[in-house]
Design a protein around this ligand. Structure first.
Ligand SMILES: Nc1nc2c(ncn2[C@@H]2O[C@H](COP(=O)(O)OP(=O)(O)OP(=O)(O)O)[C@@H](O)[C@H]2O)c(=O)[nH]1
Length: 682
């Protein structure tokens, strides 16, 4: 690559719903710009994006991949992002580092809703974006219908930039609404200029008016010209497009067929002409460009199959050279990426996205600068999504147990949307993520990269138990004679239920030393140990135990024998106290477009939930959130059903709230399920 002829830099995220054609568009962009000589294919697993084994197995992107190319003296780095909602954290992290995004979508009105979460993120973070309506060769709906459907899910106005020319239902070209020049597509070269077809003149005029009126909303001069029916100059229109896109005021809409390279060159030209320069983006993010040390931010961390660490960074300010020390870590090497291929470079400039190797201790989202000191203020990071799906994992080979923690730490560095914990009640290792495929991809990585095949199971629900009735005086006597001196402990306990959330209380009401002070800790220990696993098999909570009476033997008594006596008393006592099962209840907020609110209610009632109310979701256009209490036992596949009911866009947030008695009629079923591991091995 000839670095010195580059006059400008652009970095662009390619985002959009699942399977809309992002990886195919990247392949086409690399092909038409000459970065690759032959196009790969998603089905054959030969594309530059989706190069990991996990992505190829599934023919879907599971992490971002960056590729740098040059076109008309501009260096572009494209970041192909996953479309699946289960990998959306990757996309959000990448978007924080890119100057603009191309949103790839399909020309199908019924699927437009799947763009809502992405548009929301782009609008919240004010990231300039262009829509590319792909797969025009398979359009189910007209371009204008798709455009109007898109408007309903975007808070920013959508502005048509092109108008399609069809032959039957086949896209053969487009009309550029700025220049009013029509073109016929050519897969292998620039489109051919042709006259505007007579029958499209009226439609083209209307689409153009729509574009101009939207632009005029942010430009008084253009508004005046339109009112006075003065034809605005093309330069003026382009300047408006550039300014309004750069400030994320409008969303221009393009179209094409990525598979056939149709519409790809015009898209590149528009990115050069209209997408903001790196300095404009930095300026809008409040990064002072003309003073201070270089600044970069990590948008992704990878571990290569050989175990080397790579940090993909966006350079925000100044130049980064390969001999620098950033945040106290010396750069191990600097590279431009093309999928998994790397090209060593010595220098990266403002706007570049490059990989740095061996940046130990540096995490995704970190802001990097020269020198040893920590930065006063970090660049903002994308919010970490709360995990919504979990499996309990264990190594297939017991000898691998010691390796799990180190491997999971690395995997979490690569994928911050995961989390893991060792559950203190069930002792299981729980792997948390954004859905079933997300967890399965992680398990594949553990097996492939770390040679750690795992077995999985649905996590146990951390049930507890309590009592409904008191037992005022239960007796426990432990007397044992073996050889030398014997063992003797004798206690009377009062056992009482406590209100929910009180936990466990132990009281000592011994008078006159009938149980000597030094043995009382033994009694408490016996009670506590017993409560770890009550008559139903779970920890006992919300219970008060009082030591009221007892007796001792001057030779045979010991702390140990009082512990045994207390256990015996508890065993006998709890059986009389009507033990009952408690289940954890989560407070949940389930969010989805209002069209699905009644589905959300049914989902909750069908899972023994208690609906607390519903209200509009703050800052979301036409979305509701339903508030509810839901038993944790019913939440395992909640996200799976919620997504299937809401075209994949519904999400929920939850937190543990309280314990609640399980209805009698369900206890047997839950106890049987719990004994079975709450479900089946997966
Ligand atoms: N007919 C047609 N098919 C296309 C076009 N672009 C992509 N495809 C096909 O659509 C499917 C999905 O394409 P991808 O490029 O993998 O989609 P993606 O958006 O990268 O997928 P994810 O990243 O997993 O969300 C593949 O079978 C492509 O061959 C197009 O313009 N026309």
């Amino acid at each position: 690559m000839t670095e010195n002829v580059v006059s400008d830099v652009r970095n662009v995220a390619i985002v959009g719903p699942y399977l809309s054609g992002k990886t195919t568009l990247l392949e086409s962009l690399l092909f038409v710009t000459g970065a690759i000589s032959r196009k790969g294919n998603v089905k054959e697993g030969t594309t530059v994006g989706d190069s990991s084994a996990e992505a190829r197995d599934r023919q879907m992107s599971v992490e971002i991949s960056a590729a740098t190319t040059e076109y008309k003296n501009v260096r572009f780095t494209f970041v192909d992002c996953p479309g699946s909602i289960e990998f959306i954290q990757e996309t959000y992290n990448a978007l924080k580092g890119t100057g603009a995004a191309v949103v790839v979508c399909e020309p199908e009105v019924s699927r437009v809703l799947t763009l809502a979460p992405l548009f929301k993120f782009l609008d919240d973070w004010e990231i300039p974006h262009i829509v590319f309506v792909n797969k025009m060769d398979r359009a189910k709906d007209s371009f204008m219908d798709v455009l109007h459907a898109l408007k309903a899910v975007s808070t920013r106005p959508l502005v048509p930039h092109q108008y399609p020319i069809l032959k039957g239902s086949d896209p053969v070209g487009f009309i550029d609404l700025v220049t009013e020049q029509a073109y016929h597509y050519h897969g292998g070269s620039d489109p051919d200029p042709v006259p505007i077809p007579e029958e499209l003149k009226q439609e083209e005029h209307e689409a153009r008016q729509e574009m101009l009126e939207q632009l005029a909303n942010f430009d008084d001069r253009l508004l005046e010209e339109l009112l006075e029916e003065i034809e605005p100059s093309q330069d003026e229109i382009v300047a408006d497009l550039k300014m309004e896109l750069g400030a994320d005021l409008i969303v221009p809409v393009f179209m094409g067929v990525a598979d056939s390279d149709y519409g790809v060159r015009p898209l590149l030209d528009a990115l050069i002409r209209e997408a903001p320069e790196p300095s404009t983006t930095a300026d809008r993010r409040g990064i002072p460009l003309h003073s201070g040390a270089p600044l970069a931010q990590v948008i992704k961390t990878y571990y290569t199959p050989q175990g080397g660490k790579m940090s993909l960074v966006r350079v925000w300010k100044g130049e980064i050279t390969d001999n620098m020390t950033l945040n106290g870590v010396r750069i191990g090497g600097m590279y431009r990426m093309k999928g998994q291929q790397t090209e060593t470079i010595q220098k990266a400039v403002e706007g570049d996205i490059v990989a740095l190797s061996r940046m130990e201790g540096i995490q995704t989202g970190d802001t990097l600068t020269t020198g040893e000191g920590k930065l006063k203020s970090e660049l903002p990071k994308a919010e970490q999504l709360p995990p919504v799906f979990a499996l309990a994992i264990a190594p297939e080979r017991r000898s691998d147990e010691v390796k799990i923690s180190a491997a999971l730490t690395k995997i979490l560095e690569e994928d911050p949307a995961l989390a893991w914990e060792q559950n203190p009640d069930t002792h299981e290792i729980i792997l948390w993520g954004q859905g079933e495929i997300h967890i399965k991809v992680t398990l594949d990585r553990l097996r492939r990269k770390y040679n750690l095949p795992m077995i999985t199971q649905i996590p146990h629900v951390p049930y507890k138990e309590t009592i409904r009735k008191a037992a005022p005086r239960v007796h426990g006597r432990y007397k044992h004679q073996s050889g030398g001196h014997g063992q003797f402990g004798d206690v009377y306990l009062e056992i009482k239920p406590m209100p929910r959330g009180e936990g466990y209380h132990f009281n000592d009401k011994i008078v006159g030393g009938v149980v000597p002070k030094q043995y009382i800790p033994g009694v408490e220990m016996g009670v506590r140990e017993y409560l770890n696993q009550g008559p139903l098999g779970f920890p006992v909570v919300d219970i008060a135990v009082t030591l009221t009476d007892g007796s001792y033997h001057s030779v045979d008594s010991s702390e140990q024998s009082f512990k045994q006596a207390a256990r015996l008393a508890m065993q006998e006592g709890l059986a009389q106290c009507e033990p009952t099962l408690l289940e954890p209840i989560a407070s949940v907020e389930i969010c989805a477009p209002t069209d699905f609110t009644s589905n959300m209610m049914q989902l909750i009632s069908g899972r023994r939930g208690q609906i607390l109310g519903y209200e509009p979701l703050e800052n979301w256009k036409s979305w509701d959130k339903v508030l509810a209490y839901l038993p944790q036992a019913e939440m395992q596949d909640l996200i799976v059903e919620l997504r299937s009911l809401t075209m994949g866009v519904g999400f929920f947030r939850w937190k543990y709230d309280h314990l609640q008695e399980v209805p009698d009629k369900l206890t047997d079923r839950l106890l049987a399920a719990a004994a079975n591991g709450n479900g089946n091995s997966k």
